[in-house]
Write a protein of this length. Structure first.
Length: 282
């Protein structure tokens, strides 16, 4: 499945299936914008044919990749990366919302990296949230752990699924695989008793732009995460001259109707932002 809107550009899909309908949320760039200030929605009954539903959230600050999940009380929660606006800082802010219907989103609060564990001026971006084996919720956060602490992503925990506190980053053990600290989380799900963490590596792994999505696996939710020996390289191609992506970030499609999962990717052709589209894999 490939999807593009009729106008504008999209990036970094987040897909939730609920009530028989797939809801695809994306960052959205207006024709004349260099940054995304909107979250756009497309819906589908079969996961193949999509209808553009327009923007469902706008802000004066950037709206980057979002994480969306259902709470125990039946509502949905959402987080997305953004900026605090502090001089010298990058995307250092997570903004949180709740919704009754996946259409209308009410802002709740925002948080920033805990300097005990993470670099304050670096990435504190989208977070994938699941129910924790300890109770409450655990969120796998795109973050920059302090070098002396190590790790490649962040972890946050919450009792209500809305208000989160940062924790020590999970460990990564690469073994004979060349390690990287440039990992962007696309999702973590418990499958067959193990935790599978998928996402992207940017800059691409080993400098290969056809080799940018991965699978890590752990025996428990807090790691240590190790390369999946059968599927570390989730998908891609052997290589091509120039900066040409076929996939950038792999993410799980959340399914609240049954146990099936999809994996979605972003397609990016030759740095041509006009050609961004979504690619979904079973």
């Amino acid at each position: 499945m490939f999807y593009r809107p009729e106008k504008g550009r999209i990036w970094d899909p987040t897909v939730v299936k609920y009530g028989g309908i797939y809801h695809m949320f994306t960052m959205y760039y207006e024709e004349d914008q260099a940054e995304s200030y909107s979250m756009r929605l497309a819906t589908s009954s079969d996961g193949v044919h999509w209808k553009d539903r327009g923007n469902v959230l706008k802000d004066e600050k950037p709206i980057w990749k979002m994480g969306i999940y259902r709470l125990a009380d039946g509502r949905f929660a959402m987080n997305h990366g953004s900026l605090s606006g502090k001089p010298g800082h990058g995307n250092d802010t997570l903004r949180y919302y709740v919704s009754e219907n996946l259409i209308n989103w009410e802002p709740v609060y925002s948080n920033n990296p805990d300097p005990k564990w993470y670099e304050e001026a670096e990435r504190w971006d989208h977070m994938y949230v699941i129910e924790s084996e300890r109770g409450g919720y655990i969120g796998y956060t795109v973050a920059t752990p302090k070098a002396e602490i190590g790790g490649a992503i962040g972890i946050q925990r919450s009792s209500d699924g809305i208000h989160f506190s940062a924790c020590k980053p999970p460990e990564f053990e690469f073994g004979d695989i060349e390690p990287t600290r440039e990992i962007e989380v696309g999702g973590c799900e418990k499958i067959g008793g193990k935790y599978y963490l998928i996402g992207g590596i940017c800059p691409p792994y080993n400098g290969n732009y056809g080799y940018s999505v991965y699978t890590m696996v752990a025996d428990n939710e807090n790691g240590p995460f190790r390369p999946d020996d059968k599927a570390f390289r989730l998908c891609g191609f052997s290589g091509m001259r120039g900066k040409l992506f076929v996939q950038v970030l792999a993410a799980f499609c959340r399914n609240y109707d049954d146990d099936n999962l999809l994996v979605s990717n972003t397609i990016w052709y030759e740095h041509d932002s006009e050609k961004r589209c979504i690619w979904a894999l079973p």
